[in-house]
Design a protein around this ligand. Sequence first.
Ligand SMILES: NC(=O)c1ccc[n+]([C@@H]2O[C@H](COP(=O)([O-])OP(=O)(O)OC[C@H]3O[C@@H](n4cnc5c(N)ncnc54)[C@H](O)[C@@H]3O)[C@@H](O)[C@H]2O)c1
Ligand SMILES: C[C@@H](O)[C@H](N)C(=O)O
Length: 361
Amino acid sequence: MNSITSNSILSRSLRFSLFANTRLTTNTKSHYLDFSSKRNTSTLKNVKAPRVLITGGLGQLGMAFARNLRAIYGSDNVILSDIKQPSDDVRSLGPYIYLDILNYALMEKAVEECRIDWVIHLSAVLSALGEKNPKLALDVNINGFQNILEVSKEHNLRLLTPSTMGVFSVHSGKTNTPDFAVMRPDTIYGISKIHMELMGEYYNKKYNLDFRSLRYPGIISADSQPGGGTTDYAVDIFHSAIKTNSYSCFLKKDTSLAMMYLDDCIEGTLKLLTAPEESLKQRVYNINAITFSPEELAQEIKKQWSPDFKIEYKPDFRQHIADTWPNSLDDSNARRDWNFDPKIRSTEQLVSIMLSKLNKN
Ligand SMILES: NC(=O)c1ccc[n+]([C@@H]2O[C@H](COP(=O)([O-])OP(=O)(O)OC[C@H]3O[C@@H](n4cnc5c(N)ncnc54)[C@H](O)[C@@H]3O)[C@@H](O)[C@H]2O)c1
Ligand SMILES: C[C@@H](O)[C@H](N)C(=O)O
């Protein structure tokens, strides 16, 4: 059960600067005023906020986005959506609508009726699930994205869609992989995410669509379950350690991968979402934070949780996927253009924050 709290992870000053940064290109609807002019702060309070639609919001990341965006722009301005039934808790925190991204008419109706200005498009089928059901992954990740891309173009929306380190491959380089590396992924997930990146860039160039994307490493969260990826072990291991003081890992002990704590993912994404157009030198950016292997993570859990913690390694089909992915990404462009700056930078910090959060639940 995800423990849903309404508190934002963002500091008050960061929330304010993200709000103040919420600037608009001239061709955007006038739901709210342009902050780019030299307004003094007293005018901020009586200015309308953007109305944000989150698709696929009931997965691992969606609620954290909703909580933090609502803390900045107000609950009624952030509409959560998915094809799952939300809990009463979720419904109590703000507007929720059923939205299947494969239904273009339904999506356009939602954008019009909810007077949407920005979309955070999270709906997707992730790597492991995608290899089990390639047709579903193709449908959701490609056809679904085409729908949201078209609706965003037709309605002048700002569209942010997360990409993944899964677009890289053995040809991209394993360490400090740059934004513009060779991309030849052999998973349906990686292929569909490259499609998303390239089509988003095409619509930006051809139709001036305000498309933004960032390549996440494996995201690690305490309050939400992962949705079927190859890095899910790094979340599952904590729940298993607390429950049984043991874990059976589906990757080999030395499989080093790029990882990130949820709060850094959210803060970084909101920085890109609100970055002034003129600061963006590209539309798709790598972000990076921590690198560890299952064995290194297990050793840190032994240190901070229990020296008797037991781990076994039983690699499955996800090992091949992980073997094609980088262990770290070069995110210097994200740092340069919109001040990406993760706080959790070590396995030790990650284990400490995860155990403290999970022990509270
Ligand atoms: N979590 C990570 O580690 C990670 C890393 C890299 C990139 N990303 C990206 O971030 C985004 C969110 O990831 P997540 O971990 O929350 O994913 P998730 O798998 O946990 O959730 C995806 C959501 O999409 C929804 N969905 C599926 N089909 C849909 C449809 N037809 N219409 C509407 N919604 C539909 C699902 O119901 C689910 O709630 C995805 O685009 C993913 O590729 C995530
Ligand atoms: C890395 C990311 O895209 C997701 N957690 C997956 O493993 O598929």
